[in-house]
Design a protein. Structure first.
Length: 391
């Protein structure tokens, strides 16, 4: 049985596209020039921004203060340069020294359009410190965040991640400065919901560390990560559907059925993957779309298409009431008695089949710790897929 594989350097997140987006990639050869690279229209229309090259505190200020439509920021290939001056994130024309390779103080803070709407933030892979209040937020719409292994310290007043359910930390040593009197980690993140993934062998250190010990801690091999956002979309067969891919390295996509094509089938970094079906004049049919990185399957999305008289495609990651989640021994599922539950590993291997009893209990204490998918086949032949974490 394959192990759960997580990623810090190569974060992969799949989610359903629900709105139109305007993407722009900017290479800055000189740090501090993002503002000069944007038109007034850019500032009010760009939703997804990728920056490569060199950035500094001035560029973070531009993103947070003047780019009003941002929902995704990818800085993984950028390098943070040092800056000294009055135009950085501290504001108020205050002179300040901003170190290199550091997310600057107050980079994303206050209820700006960015902090309220940002769904994805990938910080530079060369980052060594997240400075005080650099990620103060509050961030309302982010559900996952990754801290690269290169980060060795985190300042106070960070992580107002109210809805983050998955935090991935690449450093085996707990990342809160020991002399800090206060940090928002356990106050502004939901300790009953958020699961923190740490490198293999570092679980005990995090479980005993101040600021971290209140969370569910799961150890993993921090090479790859895959997460599926539980959303559902329905469209007529004449329209395309799409998945949004966030990745910091090369990926490959494939589909196991000829009636559903995907485009593109490979790439570097983020992409919108279009799902295009042929018309279905027969009975209901299913397909599996797989996204892999470095030879390891990182996601299997179940796609069901009914016949033309029903005319919709459903990406089967519909929400299902599961509790507790994360779970240690018994998982309870709110599904009709007689429904069939199938449990899959993250690479799509089916490992358990069970009929749902009256109380909805599914015993999973024998499963190794990790992320799994549960697929419910209801008595009215409806299929629902949800993700859960086994502690």
């Amino acid at each position: 049985m394959k192990k759960l594989i997580l990623s810090i350097g190569a974060v992969v997140v799949i989610s359903v596209i629900l709105q139109a987006q305007t993407s722009k990639t900017i290479n800055l050869t000189v740090a501090g020039t993002l503002s000069d690279s944007l038109t007034a229209v850019n500032r009010s229309t760009i939703t997804k921004l990728t920056i490569t090259g060199n950035i500094d505190a001035r560029d973070f200020r531009t993103m947070n203060d003047s780019m009003t439509k941002l929902i995704a920021i990818d800085l993984h290939a950028a390098t943070i340069a040092a800056y000294s001056g009055i135009k950085g994130t501290y504001g108020n024309d205050s002179f300040k020294v901003y170190p290199a390779n550091t997310i600057p103080v107050l980079a994303f803070q206050g209820e700006t359009s960015v902090t309220k709407n940002l769904q994805s933030l990938i910080i530079p892979e060369s980052t060594t410190r997240i400075d005080d209040a650099a990620l103060l937020g509050p961030f309302y719409k982010m559900t996952i965040f990754a801290i690269p292994a290169s980060v060795t310290s985190v300042g106070e007043e960070n992580f107002w991640f109210w809805n983050v359910t998955t935090l991935i930390v690449g450093n085996p040593n707990p990342l809160i400065d020991p002399d800090l009197a206060y940090s928002n980690l356990e106050y502004e993140m939901d300790t009953t919901v958020c699961v923190i993934y740490v490198p293999q062998g570092s679980g005990n250190a995090y479980k005993s560390a101040d600021k971290w010990k209140s969370f569910k801690i799961v150890e993993g091999n921090t090479d790859f990560l895959f997460i599926a956002t539980p959303d559902t979309i329905e469209t007529t067969v004449k329209d395309n559907s799409s998945l949004k891919l966030h990745s910091t390295k090369h990926w490959d996509g494939s589909c196991d059925k000829s009636w559903l094509s995907i485009s593109p089938t490979s790439g570097e970094g983020d992409a919108t993957i279009t799902l295009k079906p042929t018309e279905n004049k027969d009975s209901t049919r299913t397909a599996i779309v797989s996204i892999s990185s470095a030879g390891e399957t990182t996601l299997k999305a179940f796609v069901t298409q009914k016949s033309v008289d029903v005319t919709f495609i459903k990406i089967e990651t519909t929400k299902l009431s599961l509790y507790p989640n994360p779970v240690s021994t018994v998982l309870y599922c709110k599904a009709a008695s007689g429904s069939i539950a199938n449990i899959y590993t993250i690479d799509g291997t089916q490992i358990l089949t069970q009929n749902i009893s009256d109380n909805g209990a599914i015993v999973i204490d024998a499963l190794p710790a990790g992320i799994y998918f549960i697929k419910i086949q209801t008595d009215n032949n409806k299929t629902i897929v949800e993700r859960f974490t086994k502690l």
